[in-house]
Design a protein around this ligand. Sequence first.
Ligand code: HEM
Length: 444
Amino acid sequence: MGRGCQAAAVGLTGGTATKVSLTLDSIPTLPGIDSTLAFLKDGYLFASKRCARLGSDAFHTRLGGRPVTFMLGADASRTFWSGGRFDRHGSIPPTATHLLQDNGSSQTLDGEEHRHRKRMFLEMMEPPERDRLRAVFAAEWDDAAGRWQEQGEIVLHDELQSVLTRTAMLWAGLDLRENDAASRAFELGEMVENAGRFGPRNWMARTLRFRTEWWARGVIDGVREGSLDVPEGSAVHRLATQTNLDGTLLDRAVAGVELLNTVRPIVAISRFIVFAALCLNEVPRWRETFAAGDDSDLAHFVTEVRRHAPFFRVMGGRVRRAFEWRQHPFSIGQWVLLDLYGTNHDPRLWPEPYRFRPERFRDWPGDPYTLIPQGGGEYLHDHRCAGEPVTIELMREGVRALSRSIEYGVPPQDLRVSLRHFPAGPASGFRINRVRRSRATWTV
Ligand code: HEM
C-alpha cells in the first residue's frame, strides 16, 4: 500500500526510488518458469523492481505460460511507439480488450486506415469542442454540488462517475433520462474497474458490457435511420456518419464500440480527479494556492498528478516487423509489455520520482516519450491517446472546482492506495462531507 500524494513527504511504501542503471547488450531472462503470480503480487512495481535488480531496461519472462519481454524507460518507449514496429493484436488478454478498446477500434488499426479513424477522434476533440465539454462539465458539477450540500457525506469517486457520464453524453449529443444515465454510469465504471480482473467479476462486467454495446448500436442506428435527432457535428453524429478509408459507412457495431471508446474514458477521468483531490488534501498549500486564484502552476499540478498516479500499468504490443534494439533482435509476433508506470517513475527521467512535485514541470522540455500515462509519440501517426488534451482540460476544471467552487471536509477514512490492484485508487473512494458551494468564485 502507498499513501497517494503523501508520497510527497514519505515516498510510496514499496515504491522507493528505483535505481535503474543502463543497458545490457543482451536482455536477461528472469529465473523461474513463469511470473504470473509475481506480476499480480507486485502490481505496478513488478517490472521496475526487476529492472533495477537486473541493471537492465528489459527482461524476458513468461506470463500465463507465454513468453513476454518487459521494457521500461524513454528509449524503450520511443522504440515502442514510433516507427510502427508494434501492433496491438493479441497483446492484452481478451478479458481486458473486451472491456476497453475492443475489436475494430482505432487502437487495432494500422497505417492509413488508423490515421483516417484517428483524424475523426482528433477533430471531434479540437479546441472549440474541448471548451464545450469543459463548460458542460462545469455546469454538471455545479448542479451536483447543489445536491451534495443536502447530503451529509458523499464518495467523490462515485459522484464524479455520474457527473462525468452525464457530461460525456450531453456533450456527445445525447440527453439521457435519469435511469438510463445511472445505468450507463454504472456500466462504464465497471468496464474500467474490472479490466484487470479474471473470473466472476470480469464475466459480470463483460455481460453488462453487452447491454451497453446493444444500447450504443441502437444510438448509431437511430441517427442513421433518422429516428434519433442529434446536433450535426456532435460526437454521436460524427460516429454515425463516419466512413472507412474506402468510403463505406463504418459497421454499426464498430461505430458503437467507438462511441463507448469516447464516453468510457471521459468517465474514467474521474479516477485522475480523485487522485488530484488526494493530492490537494495531502499537500494543502496547493489547494490554498488555487483557492486564492493563482493558477500559474495549475497545468504543472495536473501533469504531475497524471505522472504520479497509478493508472494504466503496462501497454502491450506484438512485433509487426523484425528489428534490433540495442543489438538485440526482436522477431515478428514477439510479445512486449512496456511499463508505463515504471517509465513515469524512472529516476533517470524524474529525480525523486515518488515525490509529488508539480514544480518539476515548470521547465520540462516536453519529450513525447517520457511522460506516458496516456501513451507516447504523436497523436495522428502513433497510438497516443486521442483524449489526452481533453483529460488535461477536465482535470484542470476539476482541480479549480475542488479548490474554489466548493468547500468541504475530509472525514477520517482509509486513503491508502494499493499498488497491487488495477486500477488503483484510494480505498475509500475519497469521502467528503459538509459540502458548501462558494458561488462567489464560481466561473464557467
Ligand atoms: C482517463 C484518462 C485516460 C487514460 C489513462 C488513457 C490512456 C490511454 C492509453 C495508454 C492509450 C494508448 C493505447 C496504445 O498505445 O495502444 C490510449 C489511447 C486512446 N485513448 Fe485514451 N486515455 C484516457 C482518456 C481518454 C479520453 C478522454 C478519450 C476520448 C474522449 C480517449 C480516447 C482514446 C483513443 C481513441 C485511443 C486510441 C488511439 C489510437 O489507437 O490511435 N482516451 N488512451
